[in-house]
Design a protein around this ligand. Structure first.
Ligand code: NDP
Length: 247
């Protein structure tokens, strides 16, 4: 397997691994042979994934993680560093998408999207940046969305959070010459993402919007591609969408 930093496989920390894209990414990267530390709040799911992958010979540790809590994210990164002595890749994948029209004033849901999708990404960066700078290399992969490229009704705050992820990623990329920074922007992918939509009209609209969807493995493979490039190649952004979808 490819590893440019040492003779050992890369150490990858991954947020939001309990379902959807994160779960598929954990499976895919574990199968390649990378060393993984995976986190999310639903520890029952994470533990079964960890046990399943370990039974296949993978080097995986699962930890409870709430990305809205900086101290928790720091503990997560510290665990990976203590366990493996380095952190090669951070994948900021955790995200939520409770869509609604702005006039519905679901302020708590707006705040949740900002807390998870924006603050969560910043917390991840804060937790690993000193380690990667000391190593002289590292790779931060932020999962944004096609919603980081175009705004649609009911998705204003979600899109704002994903535009923010792209802005943060590009700023970080420009400020460092040792870190690789990648934005992976999926189109519609099968997952549990739309389950948290409490607004009935937005929920119905999303059912049609999400009718054509990719399997999450497609995004996992795009992430794997970015990781597998040599240290001097920064895959800055990848958009992966279903061929049969106009979105
Ligand atoms: P899922 O809902 O299936 O997965 C979301 C993951 O994020 C879960 O593992 C969830 O774990 C985790 N998560 C949510 N809140 C927190 C938190 N506070 N702390 C830690 N983990 C958290 O959706 P997807 O797999 O689709 O979403 C993954 C990413 O892909 C998101 O950033 C999403 O915005 C993005 N995306 C998805 C698209 C799609 O169509 N599916 C399209 C474009 C982008 P738990 O609840 O256990 O904490």
């Amino acid at each position: 397997m490819e590893s440019t930093h040492s003779i050992q496989p890369k150490v990858i920390v991954l947020t939001g691994a309990s379902s959807g894209i994160g779960e598929a990414t954990a499976r895919y990267l574990a199968q390649i042979g990378y060393r993984l530390v995976i986190g999310a709040r639903r520890t029952d799911r994470l533990k079964s994934l960890q046990d399943e992958l370990r039974a296949q010979g993978a080097n995986v540790d699962a930890l409870a993680l709430d990305v809205t809590d900086l101290a928790d994210v720091q503990r997560f990164a510290d665990f990976a560093l203590q366990r493996h002595g380095r952190i090669d890749v951070l994948i900021n994948n955790a995200g939520v998408m409770p869509l609604s029209p702005i006039a519905a004033l679901k302020v708590d849901e707006w705040n949740r999207m900002i807390d998870v999708n924006v603050r969560g990404v910043l917390h991840g960066i804060a937790a690993v940046l000193p380690v990667m700078q000391a190593q002289g290399c590292g790779h931060i992969i932020n999962v944004a969305s096609i919603g980081a490229h175009a705004v649609t009704p009911t998705a204003a705050v979600y899109c704002a959070s994903k535009y923010a992820v792209r802005a943060i990623s590009d700023g970080l990329r420009q400020e460092t010459d040792v870190l690789r920074v990648t934005v992976v922007s999926p189109g519609v992918v099968e997952s549990e993402l739309a389950d948290s939509i409490s607004d009935q009209a937005a929920r119905a609209q999303m059912r049609e919007f999400r009718r054509v969807a990719l399997a999450p493995l497609a995004v996992a493979k795009a992430i794997g591609y970015a990781i597998s490039q040599p240290n001097d190649v920064d895959v800055s952004e990848i958009i992966v969408r279903p061929t049969a979808s106009a979105h």
